[in-house]
Design a protein around this ligand. Structure first.
Ligand code: PMP
Length: 368
């Protein structure tokens, strides 16, 4: 083969569609309500902000490469062994580390039709083959996932609850999935929104990780903990997986401010309860209000909702609604890249933001 005339990326990289984060661009003349990235309207714990500020006097010192304080705080809160916890620069980093550690060229990584886009990107970046599995009623389907497993499958990525649909898989179904996976396949349960879920038949995956050798649970401080800017994620995994990922991660992948603020946030249970209460109040209110004006809302257990604009209506499209809302300062998330061209995802925001979206969409649906 002819010699390359310039450095070329690994196979597969150039046909990755880069992840486009939720926008914060709206009409500059009105107040901005960013509802595009599932950030919390409650903000972080004040104790986390204090811990962050205290880091300013030791910026010349490297972070603790083991993030011991943070792992201990997580372990204590969740009743886990800190040896089974690994922290990262956002849970996105963990997803990438798992892919690059376990997937090689030609290996397959499975995720579902409307699953989180980072899975596909990380599988491809690792040289692997992304395998997309159909969903049923916007929900992941155990049998469809199992049917896609081959000898080359290395990882099944499952967001539970899923972003952007807001749907979840019950604990018994997750267990059925794990029980029927061959032992060489890793099941990654991405529980970024676990704290918001109020269903008796839901489990984040902690017990399943503890009871098996091929399950990993990932979590984030970007959502209910209100620390998205600091980029903190973690995984709970069997020791052999923690050991493998520890070999390849950056030695100081979590910075000192993130370690200190994350540990403080973990300990502030009252703050989390407040955020859950706000979500509990607005999830049904928003769902009902948007349903009442003719939108279809997928039942959500997260801190966001997926609204569908009427089929065959050329006026009230998701694109037109997005433009209408953005002009009024409300930035939602278009989800066409997730195969949902006629829907918008909305983060549950402050009372002012939520009511503002309801009012604006009520007017929008009356436009002709
Ligand atoms: N998983 C899911 C399902 C998500 O929605 C997100 C945030 N968009 C992440 C992981 C990544 O979160 P972070 O990197 O901020 O921890």
């Amino acid at each position: 083969s002819p010699k390359a005339t310039r450095p070329e990326p690994n196979k597969g990289v150039m046909d990755i569609a880069a992840y486009v984060p939720g926008s914060d661009k709206a009409n500059p003349n009105v107040k901005l309500h960013k509802l595009s990235s599932n950030e919390t309207p409650i903000g972080p714990s004040p104790a986390a902000v204090d811990a962050y500020n205290n880091c300013a006097n030791k910026l010349e010192i490297y972070p603790d490469g083991s993030a011991t304080e943070l792992r201990d705080a997580i372990a204590k809160t969740h009743g886990l062994n800190p040896e089974n916890i690994l922290c990262s620069n956002g849970s996105d980093e963990i997803l990438g580390l798992l892919a690059s550690t376990y997937i090689g060229p030609g290996d397959e990584g499975i995720f579902t039709e409307h699953g989180f886009l980072v899975y596909k990107i990380q599988i491809k970046a690792a040289g692997g083959v992304p395998v997309v599995v159909p969903e049923t009623d916007l929900k992941a389907d155990v049998d469809a996932i199992l049917a896609a497993v081959t000898e080359r499958t290395k990882i099944v990525f499952l967001a539970n609850p899923n972003n952007p649909t807001g749907t979840y898989m019950s604990d018994s179904e997750v267990r059925r999935l794990q029980e029927n996976l061959p032992p060489h396949v890793m099941l990654v349960l991405d529980a970024a929104y676990a704290e918001y879920v109020r269903r008796n038949d839901y489990a984040s995956g902690i017990e399943l990780v503890s009871a098996s050798q091929n399950v990993v649970m990932t979590r984030t401080f970007s959502k209910i903990y209100g620390l998205a800017a600091l980029r903190i994620g973690w995984m709970y995994a069997p020791a052999h997986i923690v050991d493998a990922v520890n070999r390849v991660r950056g030695p100081f992948n979590v910075n000192s401010a993130a370690i200190a603020a994350g540990a403080a946030a973990m300990k502030d249970r009252a703050h989390i309860d407040k955020s859950v209460a706000h979500n509990d109040e607005w999830l049904p209110k928003l769902t009902d209000a948007l349903t009442a004006i003719g939108l279809k809302v997928t039942p959500s257990v997260g801190n966001f909702i997926l609204m569908h604009f009427p089929e065959g209506d050329d006026v009230h499209t998701s694109e037109a609604a997005d433009a209408y809302l953005t002009d009024r300062g409300f930035v939602l998330r278009r989800v066409a890249a997730y195969g949902l061209p006629n829907a918008l995802r909305m983060t549950i925001g402050s009372e002012e933001a939520n009511q503002g979206v309801i009012n604006a969409l009520t007017e929008f649906m009356k436009t002709t």
